[in-house]
Design a protein around this ligand. Structure first.
Ligand SMILES: Cc1ncc(COP(=O)(O)O)c(C=O)c1O
Length: 441
C-alpha cells in the first residue's frame, strides 16, 4: 500500500504552486493539493514518485509510451543523432524522408506527410489543409472526441451535466474561459455511431463541409469505437459531398495496429494525424494523406502554409525512426495485445467475483473499462455506466501501487514492458481495491 504521507511531494507542490498556476505545467496534472504527483524516475512500465513509491503505470503519459519508459533502443538512437548530427538547423536532413517512408510502409493511406511537435499542431495542420483543399470551412466533430488544446476544438458536449432521460442533446460548452464563441462558428457536433445524425448534418450543410474530424476509437472517451458501418458511412458521405475524412489517430496510430485504426477497419482517410506512439514519449507528431490533398501545402496563390521553428527536429525524428522501426520489425504490438487481453481477463474475474456488471471497449492495447452491462455506443451511453464506482476503484488501485487516470473516460494504456509485471499481484490488488471501493460507497 502506498503511503498518504508524502513529505517530498508535499514540499515540491508547495514550491510549484508559487511557480505555476495550479502548481503544474499542464492543468490535467493537477490532482489536488494532497495528490498531485511528482516523479523522480520512470523505467519500463513503472514510475517512481518523489517519496520513493513505485507504481505500475497504465496511464503512460496519456498514451505515448508504447515500448516502455527509457527504452534503450530509442534513447540510444536519439543520443546518437544529437551527438553526431545536431538538434535543429532550420534546414532539412535525410532523416525527414526516412521517417516519412517508414510511416508510408505501415500506413497505405499516406502518400505525403508533414511533421509537427504535438497532436494539437498536427490537427491544426490537417484541418487547415482540408479547408485549403476544399475551399470550405465547416468541420463535423463527434461528441466525446478530443482533438487537442486549440480554441476551435475546445468545445465539448456537457454530458456530465446532461439529463440522459430527455431527448435533448447535451449542451455544447467551451472547455473554459478565453475561447471566443466565434471559434464555434464553423463546427457541427454529432453523436458517434448515429447514421441519421450524420445524414441530417450533411443535408443541412453538405456543400459547406470541409471535413469530418473524428477519432475512430475515442481515446479520450473510454475507447468507445465507431462501428464498421459508421466508418463506412463517413467514408461514403464524404465522397458523395466532396468533403474530406480526417481520422485523428493521435492515440490509436501505431498502437492499435501497425497501420493504426485504419488497418483494423480497412477504411482509409483523406488526412490522418499521428503522434503519441510514433515516438515512445519523444515529442513528435505528423499529419499526412493523399498527395493531391497534401500538395495544397504550397506557395501557390491560396496554397496552405505549414511549418514551425521546431518542426522535424532531430530529437523527434531520430526517436520516431527508431520507434517505428521497432514497431515495424518486431512483434511488440502482439506482445502488447496479449498483455492487454490478460489484464482484461483479470479485471473481469475480479468484477465478476463482486457481482459487478462490466464490459470493455476498444482494442487490447488501449481498452476502456465500463461498469455497466453493455458497451457504450457513444458518449451519451457512457453516462449510463457506473463511472463513480470506477473512480473509487481507480483511486484505490492508485493507493495500492497501480497508476491510472481515475476517470473511466481515459483508457488503460499498455506498453511492451507490461509483459513483465506480476499478474497475480495485479489481481490481488484489483480485488483489494474493488472491496475498498464498494465499502466506501
Ligand atoms: C485524439 C487526440 N488528438 C489530439 C490530441 C492532442 O495532442 P497533444 O496533447 O500532443 O497536443 C490528443 C491528446 O491526447 C488526442 O488524444
Amino acid at each position: 500500500m502506498t503511503s498518504t504521507n508524502k513529505p517530498n511531494s508535499t514540499a515540491l507542490f508547495k514550491r510549484a504552486i508559487n511557480n505555476m498556476p495550479l502548481g503544474v505545467a499542464d492543468s490535467y496534472r493537477y490532482w489536488g493539493e494532497e495528490n498531485t504527483v511528482f516523479l523522480t524516475s520512470m523505467k519500463g512500465c513503472t514510475i517512481t514518485d518523489s517519496d520513493n513509491q513505485t507504481f505500475v503505470d497504465f496511464r503512460l503519459a496519456y498514451g505515448p509510451i508504447i515500448l516502455g519508459y527509457r527504452d534503450e533502443r530509442i534513447d540510444n538512437a536519439v543520443i546518437d543523432a544529437i551527438t553526431n548530427v545536431g538538434t535543429i538547423s532550420g534546414f532539412s536532413t535525410g532523416l525527414d524522408s526516412d521517417v516519412v517512408e517508414l510511416v508510408k510502409s505501415l500506413c497505405p493511406n499516406i502518400d505525403k506527410m508533414r511533421f509537427s511537435n504535438s497532436g494539437t499542431e498536427a490537427v491544426i495542420g490537417a484541418v487547415r489543409t482540408a479547408r485549403g483543399f476544399t475551399k470550405r470551412n465547416k468541420i463535423v466533430v463527434v461528441e466525446g472526441g478530443f482533438h487537442g488544446l486549440h480554441d476551435e476544438v475546445m468545445w465539448k458536449s456537457d454530458v456530465d451535466n446532461w439529463d440522459g432521460d430527455t431527448e435533448k442533446a447535451p449542451e455544447i460548452i467551451p472547455f473554459g474561459g478565453g475561447i471566443p464563441s466565434s471559434t464555434r462558428e464553423h463546427q457541427v457536433s454529432v453523436p458517434l455511431n448515429n447514421l441519421a445524425a450524420i445524414d441530417a448534418v450533411f443535408s443541412e450543410h453538405g456543400g459547406d463541409i470541409a471535413a469530418i474530424l473524428i477519432e475512430p476509437i475515442m481515446g479520450n472517451c473510454g475507447s468507445i469505437a465507431s462501428t464498421q458501418e459508421y466508418m463506412q458511412k463517413l467514408r461514403d458521405i464524404c465522397d458523395a459531398n466532396g468533403s474530406l475524412l480526417i481520422l485523428d489517430e493521435v492515440k490509436t496510430g501505431f498502437r492499435v495496429a501497425k497501420g493504426g485504426a485504419q488497418e483494423l477497419y480497412g477504411i482509409y482517410a483523406d488526412l490522418t494525424t499521428y503522434a503519441k506512439a510514433m515516438g515512445n514519449g519523444y515529442p513528435v507528431a505528423c499529419f499526412g494523406g493523399k498527395a493531391k490533398v497534401m500538395d495544397t501545402i504550397s506557395f501557390e496563390k491560396d496554397g496552405v502554409t505549414h511549418g514551425g521553428t521546431y518542426t522535424a527536429n532531430m530529437v523527434a525524428l531520430s526517436a520516431a525512426k527508431a520507434t517505428l522501426t521497432v514497431l515495424k520489425e518486431t512483434d511488440a504490438l502482439e506482445t502488447i495485445e496479449a498483455s492487454g487481453k490478460k489484464i482484461q481477463t483479470i479485471l473481469s474475474r475480479v468484477f465478476t467475483k463482486f457481482g459487478i456488471e462490466h464490459c470493455f471497449a476498444g482494442p487490447d492495447s488501449m481498452f476502456g473499462v465500463h461498469l455497466g452491462n453493455k458497451v457504450p455506443h457513444n458518449y451519451r451511453d457512457w453516462k449510463q455506466t457506473n463511472s463513480d464506482l470506477y473512480t473509487l476503484f481507480a483511486l484505490n488501485l492508485i493507493e495500492n501501487g497501480v497508476m491510472l487516470e481515475p476517470d473511466s473516460r481515459e483508457p488503460w494504456f499498455i506498453c511492451e514492458a507490461h509483459q513483465n509485471i506480476d499478474f497475480n499481484w495485479l489481481e490481488q490488488v484489483a480485488e483489494k481495491s474493488m472491496a475498498a471501493a464498494i465499502n466506501a460507497k
